[in-house]
Ligand binder design. Structure first.
Ligand code: GLU
Length: 255
């Protein structure tokens, strides 16, 4: 299977913005193992801004553009250093691709990164993508990595998109405030009622939320690709998802 995995900032970093070492080590180990088992993996990783915040010792995620871009420049470097180091331990080669909205909207530029991605997969490398936050100003922003991951999943004709998040799936209500909330295991149609269930961003460090995840599901499902939202707290869950076992919420593609 060709699997696109997206990890959010809250999965990779503590609330301080510093790396969650145990989590990231486990994530790289499981992804390496899935690659060894014959799956092709594309990783969409957030965390550049969050980790830059930690490394620069800022108190919170910056609101102004120059500080955000500066934090991303520092954090992206740290992220790739960590990925390179950990994946190398399992003899996997990582490649960094940073994109802006212009790259995914302009047909010519889209073809360029598309060709690079396919070549990297042919070469057995593990592409790691993020938005190019250091140059992405409002006009050319993709905005969030749930959207980027969906675009990439369609672009590489993935079999499956997995969004690892700080929430373990879609619930009937907000589980943080409503004790009666139940996990919805499978969604075969994204109805207006479901969209109404989705709120905004859940954390102080990331930018995505359930609404962007549902839109991502709509995008990939329209191309016949399944999507799973699951908790990133224990990356071992990826084994179960790859094996088609129930975990989190699965949005089924219909093509
Ligand atoms: N590109 C952002 C970062 O690396 C994260 C975007 C997102 O979490 O959706 O910090």
């Amino acid at each position: 299977m060709r699997i696109v995995v997206k990890v959010g900032t809250t999965t990779l970093a503590h609330t301080t913005g510093r790396l969650n070492i145990r989590r990231v080590e486990q994530l790289c180990k499981v992804l390496s193992d899935l690659k060894n088992a014959g799956h092709e993996i594309v990783l969409v990783s957030s965390g550049a801004i969050g980790m830059g915040v930690g490394k620069l010792g800022l108190r919170e995620r910056p609101q102004d553009m120059p500080t955000k871009q500066a934090a991303a420049a520092v954090g992206q470097c740290e992220l790739m250093y960590v990925y390179d180091k950990l994946f190398s331990e399992y003899h996997h080669t990582v490649a960094q691709i940073l994109l802006t909205g212009s790259d995914v909207r302009d047909a010519q530029r889209q073809e360029n990164f598309h060709n690079t991605l396919f070549r990297l997969l042919e070469l057995g490398a593990l592409p790691i993508l993020n938005e190019n936050d250091t140059v992405a100003t409002e006009e050319i922003v993709i905005g969030d990595n749930d959207t980027l991951a969906a675009i990439i999943a369609v672009s590489v004709r993935a079999d499956l998109l997995i969004l690892l998040s700080d929430i373990d799936g879609l619930y009937t209500a907000d589980p943080r405030t409503d004790k009666t909330a139940r996990l919805i295991p499978t969604v075969s149609e994204i109805t207006p009622e479901l969209l109404a269930l989705a709120g905004g961003s859940g954390s102080g460090l990331g930018t995505g939320g359930m609404a962007t995840k549902l839109r991502a599901a709509q995008t990939v499902n329209a191309s016949g690709i399944d999507m799973v939202i699951a908790s990133g707290a224990d990356p071992d869950i990826l084994y179960r998802i790859a094996a088609g076992e129930p975990a989190g919420t699965r949005f089924t593609g219909r093509c």
